[in-house]
Design a protein around this ligand. Structure first.
Ligand code: MG
Ligand code: ZN
Length: 363
């Protein structure tokens, strides 16, 4: 009797499993899974508590709620349990784990090809937007190769010939007020760039765009940066979608990390909400997502930030840091659009690169 019941359960479990598998196969056959364009959004220092800010500190619903696939990423670098932004960004731009402070260099300090170099040769358009200097670690890993992240002037020299078609951020002084006396603005012009240093242009041209709106980093949200991140990202889409082969755009909310380093929850929250709003505008603009995959993740968490309880009041949140440095916690990844399904699960940071390249190779 017992045996019979066991067998019945076993058979029903097996057949249930089979139906599920068939459903998955049917779903994947009917879906377009190859994006024409990829937008990779990096919230520097953005762990799960930072993402949760949108739930508690805004009148609007969090735009993270709109993503269809969620995963978790392990962020250790090749040299340290806790990564810095240079190694974290190199994992995303180039598919390898390397040492902290490396910009586009392997652990043996030789250069590794990045996604921009590969796909721009294939005719795709590429762009970068950051609220730091454009020579800061995260954007730098998408076009430069230097042994350490602090070689800002060296990093800038890579941009004019990098294959980048559009960039917007701060960092003007690393182009025109350099210790070596070089001026890279004429170099940008001779490489077919138009340059804006005062405000975002209202239109895009056939030429490449260099937009450098601050000497070093862009101002904090609290100091009046306004809607730079969303406007610069929308302009990037307008520019890059001129190219029929498709585009790759990296957008960085650079200063979530700096709010964590400063152990300043108000700073962090303002930067996080700026990213949340920007995601809303991006998702609205992309509409049905039939061509563009949007991936949102972080390089690491900063500040061991938490939404702790205020005293013993279950209705009061006290946003708190417990460190002024990065932490080892996994960071979330969100995806929406064609190919989004493959970003679910728990995996290493450099897999993001391989997943993106896998999708673009099927194009
Ligand atoms: Mg950064
Ligand atoms: Zn940091």
């Amino acid at each position: 009797m017992k045996k019979a019941i066991f067998l019945t359960i076993l058979i029903s479990l097996l057949s249930c499993n089979k139906t599920k598998k068939q459903n998955v196969a049917a779903a994947s056959q009917t879906k377009t899974e190859t994006p024409k364009n990829i937008i990779l959004v990096i919230g520097d220092g953005m762990g799960l508590s930072q993402v949760s800010v949108g739930q508690f500190y805004s009148d609007q619903a969090s735009n993270f709620d709109r993503f269809t696939t969620i995963g978790l990423i392990k962020t250790s670098s090749s040299s340290h349990l806790i990564t810095d932004s240079a190694a974290g960004a190199t994992a995303y731009s180039s598919g390898i784990k390397t040492y902290n402070k490396s910009i586009g260099m392997k652990p043996d300090s030789t250069a590794i090809t990045n996604i921009v170099e590969t796909i721009s040769k294939q005719g795709m358009a590429t762009g970068l937007v950051a609220t730091s200097s454009i020579t800061h670690a995260t954007p730098a890993a998408f076009y430069a190769h230097t042994k350490t992240r602090y070689m800002y002037e060296d990093i800038a020299t890579y941009l004019p010939k990098s294959g980048i078609d559009y960039f917007a951020g701060g960092g003007l002084k690393f182009f025109n007020k350099r210790k070596d006396g070089q001026n890279l603005l004429p170099t940008l012009l001779s490489n077919n760039f138009v340059i804006d240093t005062v405000s975002l242009p209202s239109t895009v041209s056939e030429k490449k765009h260099a937009i450098l709106l601050a000497q070093n980093s862009m101002p904090k949200m609290q100091e009046g940066r306004g809607d730079f991140l969303e406007k610069a990202s929308l302009l990037a889409i307008k520019k890059l979608s001129q190219t029929k082969e498709g585009y790759f755009l990296m957008v960085e909310a650079s200063q979530i990390d700096w709010g964590g380093h400063d152990e300043d929850p108000d700073y962090l929250i303002a930067e996080q909400l700026d990213l949340d709003r920007t995601l809303g505008v991006l998702l609205d603009t992309l509409g049905d997502h039939s061509e563009t995959l949007v991936i949102v993740t972080a390089d690491h968490e900063t500040g061991a930030f938490s939404l702790a309880m205020e005293g013993t009041d279950y209705n009061k949140i006290k946003p708190s840091t417990s460190s002024s440095e990065h932490s080892a916690t996994m960071v979330p990844v969100f995806a929406k659009g064609p190919g989004a399904e493959i970003f679910g699960g728990i995996y290493e940071n450099n897999e993001i690169y391989h997943k993106m390249m896998q999708l673009l190779a099927n194009n």
